[in-house]
Design a protein around this ligand. Structure first.
Ligand code: UD1
Length: 428
């Protein structure tokens, strides 16, 4: 197992190129099941989660060809009239995003068996809304031996109102309603850029989805098992969470970093909060620059996580690492997942002072953090430990970095390019 050694207390300076978005890529790859034509993806990030998604598609019977480049992957994916419509526990357990095969497989092949994912480090993460969507669209659902079995000869349009915003369930509804018989109106949907991009992809393949990026989607189903498909390559948009993580790292180390190939609009609330904390943000031709070189005291800023355009839950842990050296105290409220504070214990090992009760953490800023051995527990928690390590005086060992490799492409290389002292080592 790899671990990272980071010698901290150095400002990050230079350029960081942002990779394709993991959270956009995973459901988009799964949506290729619906296409009559070969789907050609470009700018897929080189991440273990993307390798895993491609592996799942192969297991399901897809014909997958991938080309690895230094900073991205291209893939060609084709499904024909036969598939193996079972996503077993071993696969779904390792990557929850696998649940997004449910809708496309059901639509195209009429019967599917997908393992229930189970809980994960950040919470119970139920899939009841995914099941509700399938039932509303005419599927018969049985839960048996830890599996969801969904059957439908024909999917029928329906109106759906989500009780709260779910990214995954919105995407499941889009991927299924787009081939159902009739028009579905779906309310209180996810407006995340990754959801909009999935909608754009489905539309380019022939779907008729209106209202992308708003609270209501109107989907005219094609009354067919597949979408016609497209000859145009599907380019994965830049990863806003990766960009946000490096932006926070630049601020936390009082550095100056050009975040290249990114879309600042997707990070409005983060950039607003960074500015409020005292950092300069400048928009550039293909991204933005974070300049914290003249930042003496970091102003503490409260955040509350919320669906887009609110503060992303995927940047909450990183914000906490930054606020741990702010000049005063602030609160961090986690509204999406009930158990997303596991990083507190590890940040504590670096000298941070954080107390939490239920879903509210109070961060009492300290003057400095100091290096220590710490353990990554999930993807974004690991990113907060990296930021903590970059701030800390001395050396931090971060174990279980496989968590970070799921979602940050070549993180050690990218950090080294901006002056961080990072070494990747292998435990014996
Ligand atoms: C969520 C985040 C997404 C983030 C991803 C990985 C939101 C709204 N979603 O997406 O930004 O990138 O995690 O960290 O910020 N839920 C149910 N039943 C369901 C589905 C979800 O109760 O069937 C609940 C979840 O437990 C959670 C909330 O709904 O409390 C939002 O979850 P959802 O958006 O579906 O999760 P992801 O798609 O994983």
């Amino acid at each position: 197992m790899d671990y990272l050694l980071i010698e901290g207390a150095r400002p990050l300076k230079g350029d960081i190129e942002i990779s394709g978005s993991k959270n956009a890529a995973l459901p988009m790859l799964m949506a290729s099941i619906l296409s009559k034509k070969i789907s050609h993806f470009t700018n897929l990030p080189r991440l273990s989660d993307v390798d895993f998604a491609l592996k799942i598609l192969i297991e399901l019977g897809g014909n997958v060809r991938m080309i690895r480049e230094h900073n991205s992957i291209s893939a060609y994916i084709e499904f024909d009239d036969k598939a193996n419509c079972v996503a077993p526990y071993e696969l779904v357990r390792k990557m929850r995003a696998s649940i997004s095969v449910l809708g496309p497989l059901l639509a195209r092949y009429g019967k599917v068996k997908v393992s229930l994912p189970g809980g994960c480090a950040i919470g119970a993460r139920p899939v009841d809304l995914h099941i509700m969507v399938m039932e509303k669209l005419g599927a018969k659902i049985t839960i048996e031996d830890g599996y969801i079995i969904a059957e439908a000869d024909k999917l029928k349009a329906n109106d759906i109102v989500f009780p709260f915003v779910s990214v995954g369930a919105t995407q499941a509804a889009m991927m299924t309603a787009c081939v159902a018989d009739g028009t579905s109106v779906i309310r209180n949907v996810s407006m995340e850029p990754e959801t909009v991009e999935l909608g754009n992809m489905l539309n380019s393949m022939g779907a008729k989805i209106e209202g992308l990026g708003t609270e209501t989607l109107t989907i005219k189903g094609l009354n067919s098992k597949t979408l016609p498909g497209s000859d145009n390559p599907i380019h994965i948009l830049p990863d806003r969470i990766e960009a946000g993580t490096y932006a926070i790292a630049a601020a936390a180390t009082r550095g100056k970093v050009n975040i290249k190939n990114s879309i600042p609009k997707h990070l409005d609330i983060l950039l607003y909060n960074l500015k409020e904390s005292g950092v300069n943000i400048l928009q550039t031709d293909n991204g933005f620059t974070v300049d914290a070189t003249r930042l003496d005291n970091i102003k503490p800023i409260d955040i509350v996580t919320a669906p887009y355009p609110g503060f992303p839950t995927d940047l909450q842990a990183q914000w906490m690492a930054y606020m741990s050296v702010a000049c005063g105290s602030c609160t961090i409220t986690e509204k999406i997942f009930e158990n997303r504070f596991i990083h507190i214990g590890e940040l504590f090992r670096l000298g941070a002072r954080v107390k939490h009760s239920a879903n509210v953490a109070t961060v009492y800023g300290v003057k400095k953090l100091t290096g220590a051995p710490v353990m990554a527990t999930d993807l974004r928690a690991s990113a907060s430990l990296i930021i903590g390590a970059l701030i800390a005086e001395g050396t931090t060992e971060i174990h279980r970095v496989y968590h970070i490799d799921r979602g940050y492409e070549r993180i050690d290389e990218k950090l080294k390019n901006v002056g961080a002292k990072v070494t990747r080592l292998r435990e014996v």
